[in-house]
Design a protein around this ligand. Sequence first.
Ligand code: ATP
Ligand code: MG
Length: 354
Amino acid sequence: QPRVFSGVQPTGNLHLGNYLGAIVRFVPLQDQMPTIFSIVDMHAITVWQDPAELTQQTREVTAAYLAAGVDPKKSIIFNQSQVKEHAELAWIFNCIARMGWLKRMTQFKDKAGKNAENASVGLFAYPNLMAADILAYRATHVPVGDDQKQHLELTRDIAQKFNNDFAERIKELGLGVPNPEPSHEAPDELYFPITEPMITGPATRIMSLRDGNKKMSKSDPSDLSRINLTDDQDTIAKKIRKAKTDPEALPSEVDGLEGRAEADNLVGIYAALAGKSKAEVLGEFGGQQFSAFKPALSELAVEKLAPMNNEMRRIMDDPASVDAVLRDGAERAAEIAEPVLHDVRRIVGFLESR
Ligand code: ATP
Ligand code: MG
């Protein structure tokens, strides 16, 4: 049956890309199917995190979910490390996924940089943990930004290999569900679903304000590269004013944005915030200079982000209530993941005598 899983890392500097590419898209899904939204702290520590800040940022991402309209009565909201099934399933997936699959992951190459020998083993195995996050709930739908596409393909490959490797065993134990797309390569019964990526809408890849060819990122050392959800009005205006652009006026047609990465990005941000298409935005601003467009964009960004910002602050004033949301969520998440791991142990053949 359908189920949504998605997560955000508590690595600080939540930005407009996280908001438009992921968090706001969670809200309408809550009324369509069961939804699970995690703060993935185990992913965060694949690169060094100050412990006290990690705790604080876990609350901050939770506050962002709540402020954006993720409702703890409709959705399960919890931090990953409180449900140990993620780690357990990730180990099994470490033994399913192949080195060659992981070596192709561009996120590892980007984050490890030139000195990959010095990256943590966790950073390399990150996609296996992500597959475990999703499949511990046998989730079918994963709303994420475009940068996660490759990891979701790996999740599908892991599910497929698990289903294939253990096909007979799954059938024998009566744990499979009929394969909706049977073929001569795929077994007719599956244990793990083949997850659907949900990478849709105008804001699946918001780019850095300093470099139109790099995605906006929490971990970019330049704070001017992103609009943080906690930025005040003046900071937002300053960052947009300083955003890199070219000297041309805005085109009147979407085609005219081709080869103009920075212009394309700013028009895309405006469109996503306004709930319009890029064509509509260019209908309004085509022919105008950035000196006219940028103030309009600042005003819109402030108008859309200020209420969210205030609500986040209000929620953060009461950390005990945030922790209570996470505790309740973790209990409900474990209720789903525990029986899945019980099945998986049986499928793999682990002896359980207690
Ligand atoms: P980091 O640099 O630490 O990886 P991040 O900005 O990529 O941080 P994540 O916590 O890794 O943030 O991702 C959370 C969600 O936000 C994911 O669904 C991811 O696809 C989405 N996302 C991240 N950056 C962008 C972006 N620039 N545009 C759209 N979506 C994004
Ligand atoms: Mg990321």
